[in-house]
Design a protein around this ligand. Structure first.
Ligand SMILES: Cc1cc2nc3c(=O)[nH]c(=O)nc-3n(C[C@H](O)[C@H](O)[C@H](O)COP(=O)(O)O)c2cc1C
Length: 160
């Protein structure tokens, strides 16, 4: 693999993390978990309510995990759960915190039935000077054919 790959993701209940780990194993890139300083509540309903307000207000929570050599990566996968049809706020924080100009950005998301919603577009809006490739979406953490789908997507976008 001649490209230096980073797989940055946020995951609340583990699904996006599983997809991120699969991509990492296949690409041998570096896995980076985006973790906010203040974790979201453990209760699903509480988190649903809180994030509705956060997203509406455009809040970008402070992040606990930092990368100090982001410039050394040329291809960056960005993984988010679908939250209210858009990216989870920690993803907005990550994309605003680092200058990803000139890099190849590859979005992926997991969802509960709503597909990618506006996630791919919202990632592109936060990376105006990056080259955004076609994203991947999966329901939950995928099923038995999930890994084949990920592999054919990676192949399609030229990451193999
Ligand atoms: C706060 C919150 C909001 C959500 N909003 C949506 C939604 O709008 N559409 C959808 O399809 N799924 C929605 N879901 C379901 C998640 O996208 C889905 O369970 C996802 O796979 C979770 O990924 P994770 O385990 O990496 O956190 C929501 C889940 C949470 C916790």
């Amino acid at each position: 693999m001649d490209k230096k790959i980073l797989i940055a993701y946020y995951s609340y209940s583990g699904n996006t993390g599983e997809i991120a780990s699969f991509i990492q194993k296949h690409t041998e890139g570096t896995l980076f978990e985006i973790i906010p300083v203040i974790p979201y509540p453990l209760g699903y309903n509480e988190t649903v309510k809180l994030t509705k307000l956060e997203i509406k207000a455009g809040i970008k929570p402070e992040l606990k995990t930092k990368i100090n050599n982001v410039e050394s990566y040329d291809t960056i996968f960005i993984g988010s759960p679908n939250w209210w049809s858009t990216i989870a706020p920690p993803i907005a924080s990550f994309l605003s915190e680092y200058d990803l100009s000139g890099k190849i950005i590859i979005p992926f998301c997991t969802h509960g039935g709503g597909g990618h919603g506006s996630i791919f577009r919202d990632i592109a809006l936060l990376c105006p000077h990056s080259d955004i490739l076609n994203g991947f979406e999966v329901f939950g953490k995928g099923n038995s054919t999930g890994s084949d789908k990920i592999l054919s997507w990676l192949n399609e976008i030229g990451i193999n």
